[in-house]
Ligand binder design. Structure first.
Ligand code: 293
Ligand code: CA
Length: 160
């Protein structure tokens, strides 16, 4: 009792206890900073964060801006992600372009990485490739999707 091994174990126990306290403080602080940074333009769904800056531009411009910021254009892969994007659009009463298009093959909508989409929420009657020029996808503040010309200007929503 009280030999060198015991003293080292007791030291380690105090160090672990100190670290546990510091970790709890950091978690609490991080949680608060998340709340602040998400207000009012950000939404968290699982590990994904959706965010707008309020900027409006054509598809290429939005794609470039999200990429420049270290993210990519919002690419909802399920209803929960689509609903999070919709909540942001309701704040602005605007439509956004998604990171989805059928530029490569008409009628085959893909994510920016070339993967075929795994989820969609088309408005009834869409996609209709109106006038043969609609290769991008806008999402209305209703959450429903419409294919639209990539040259139109829409709200930016990026995912990180
Ligand atoms: C046509 C018919 C409309 C539809 C519109 C959009 C354009 O004008 O009902 O809303 O196309 O699909 O992207
Ligand atoms: Ca359309």
């Amino acid at each position: 009792k009280g030999d060198k091994g015991d003293r080292e174990i007791n030291l380690l126990k105090r160090q672990v206890s100190t670290l546990e306290g510091q970790l709890r403080a950091l978690q609490s602080s991080f949680s608060k900073y998340k709340q602040v940074i998400m207000f009012p333009n950000g939404r968290i769904v699982g590990e994904k964060i959706f965010m707008t800056s309020g900027y409006e531009g054509n598809f290429d411009s939005l794609k470039q801006r999200c990429s420049q910021a270290g993210g990519q254009l919002a690419s909802p892969r399920n209803a929960a992600e689509n609903a999070a994007i919709q909540q942001i659009l309701v704040l602005y009463n605007k439509s956004a372009f998604l990171g989805i298009n059928d530029i490569q093959t008409e009628g085959r909508f893909k994510y920016l990485n070339g993967e075929n989409i795994v989820y969609s929420n088309w408005q009834t009657g869409e996609p209709n490739n109106d006038k043969g020029v609609e290769d991008c996808v806008e999402v209305y503040s209703s959450g429903k999707w419409n294919d639209k010309s990539c040259g139109e200007k829409r709200l930016i929503v990026c995912e990180f």
